[in-house]
Design a protein around this ligand. Structure first.
Ligand code: ADP
Length: 454
């Protein structure tokens, strides 16, 4: 079990030590005063000057108190960390209590200093780069890993962090940390290939903690994987086109025997499947690399929705579902029309595929002023909740045989997720087994465009 670092119970330490009662010590003073009065009174009485004897007794007592006061003041002003002078009475009690409180304070202080030291040395030893900035965005503190990763030097203390990490993505992230709750990945310098994952956290009064680590190796491996898939998909395209062409030609021949016709039909459906797979892989790799995707077109939603609805009806002929279109928003979407149409169409095709014949499918677009919602609701086979978290992974299928039989590539929802991510949106899935599913693509306000804004 996780055991946090044992923080000394500083507050409890104070309870250990009880302050001495002032009355106990005051009694010493009163006894001394009484002694002086009795002695002074007796001597005065003996000499015939009773009141003078009493007066001298008070004066002596007062002089002793003044001396004690002088010693206390001397100790506090000149050597407060030494052992206090040995005094009796209330002055002694006062000194004793002050000294004890002071010692206790010193213990607490040294515990705190050692706690700070331990925290600081563990931060120094971290392989993650740590930088702390104050409320003016100036660099306050950093560890050796930050020196190594960002090249920060002693001279940089007090400099604005944005003059050290100047990448536009970082500047934007620094100004609006909430836009990327998981942090951002940036290339550190244009000349070398170092990448870092950075996460910012605000604390205290507008101070900021930056945690970063080097992800160059991971990124290179990821890039290699992505390039490999990209290249192999491109390489497969040409042979597939040639094969499809020949299969098409042979299949259309009139003198072909039924046995061969069946074989060619199967070949054609398999090459189609491979083609779909290659196309999906290429699209996914393009989305991952964030390349060449214009994301600021204004997409007229009624026209896109009607288009999607017509395509759905064409695809639906074999299934005989009832299709509904429900548009309840005057907002248009800002984004990439090709990618969004492809994502929406994936959701619609899935709904048609995974709904037993004669079901009902409703394609909707609405907004609540804060978000835009593209939804596809079906009355199909539904999904067991345990599959939901992994559904958008590549090639994840609830029922592989069924998915293959319906011509699925297993990449549809991965594509949807990436397209939505590129538009600052996300996918929500509600589903009940054997009752149906609703897939909702949620878009942020910034992606909505009202005609009245024009
Ligand atoms: P596939 O090409 O296999 O359909 P997807 O990525 O589009 O791949 O979907 C992943 C899996 O999610 C599917 O194999 C299917 O099991 C499940 N799924 C997707 N949409 C639905 C739906 N509307 N109803 C039930 N299951 C679905």
């Amino acid at each position: 079990m996780y055991e946090p670092y044992p923080v000394p119970k500083l507050a409890n330490e104070h309870k250990k030590f009880r302050y001495s009662s002032l009355w106990t010590f005051a009694k010493q003073d009163l006894r001394l005063l009484a002694f002086f009065i009795v002695v002074g009174g007796l001597i005065g009485f003996g000499l015939g000057y009773f009141w003078i004897g009493i007066g001298i007794a008070f004066a002596l007592f007062f002089a002793m108190q003044l001396r004690s006061l002088y010693l206390v003041n001397d100790w506090i002003s000149n050597r407060p960390y030494d052992v206090p002078p040995n005094l009796n009475g209330i002055w002694g009690a006062l000194l004793f209590n002050v000294y004890r409180a002071q010692r206790q304070e010193r213990i607490v202080q040294s515990e705190m200093v050692s706690l700070i030291d331990r925290t600081q040395s563990s931060l120094m030893a971290l392989s993650e780069a740590i930088i702390m900035t104050d409320d003016l965005q100036q660099i306050d503190w950093w560890n050796p890993a930050a020196e190594h990763l960002f090249g920060i030097q002693a001279l940089d203390r007090g400099r604005n962090i944005l003059t050290i990490i100047r990448q536009p993505d970082f500047v934007e992230y620094f100004k609006n940390v909430d836009q990327a709750p998981d942090g951002i990945k940036i290339k550190l310098a244009s000349d070398d290939n170092t990448y870092a994952q950075i996460k910012l956290t605000h604390f205290g009064n507008e101070s900021c903690l930056l945690v970063a680590h080097d992800i160059t190796r991971m990124r290179n491996l990821e890039q290699m994987r992505s390039d490999f898939v990209d290249n192999i998909s491109h390489e497969l395209r040409t042979p597939l086109t040639v094969l499809s062409g020949y299969i098409e030609t042979f299949k259309d021949q009139e003198d072909i025997s039924p046995r061969w016709k069946r074989a060619f039909d199967q070949m054609q459906s398999q090459t189609k499947r491979m083609n779909a797979l290659v196309n999906d892989l290429l699209l996914l790799s393009r989305l991952e690399n964030d390349k060449q995707i214009a994301k600021n077109q204004i997409i007229e939603m009624p026209s896109l929705m009607n288009h999607l609805f017509d395509d759905a009806q064409a695809y639906n002929t074999d299934y005989g579902h009832t299709l509904n279109l429900d548009i309840d928003s005057h907002c248009e979407l800002i984004g990439s029309d090709m990618e969004l149409a492809s994502a929406f169409s994936n959701l619609i095709t899935n709904a048609i595929k995974y709904t037993p014949k004669g079901g009902t499918i409703t394609i909707g677009w609405h907004d609540d002023g804060e978000h835009g919602y593209f939804s596809v609701e079906d009355t199909g086979i539904g999904i067991d909740p345990k599959h939901l978290p992994r559904l958008t992974e590549r090639f994840y299928r609830v029922d592989s045989a069924r998915s293959r039989a319906t011509g699925g590539t297993g990449l549809g929802l991965a594509i949807v997720k990436h397209v939505l991510m590129q538009h600052g949106g996300h996918l929500e899935i509600e589903s009940k087994e054997n009752q149906g599913s609703t897939f909702i693509a949620v878009f942020p306000k910034e992606r909505l465009y009202r005609l009245s804004e024009a």
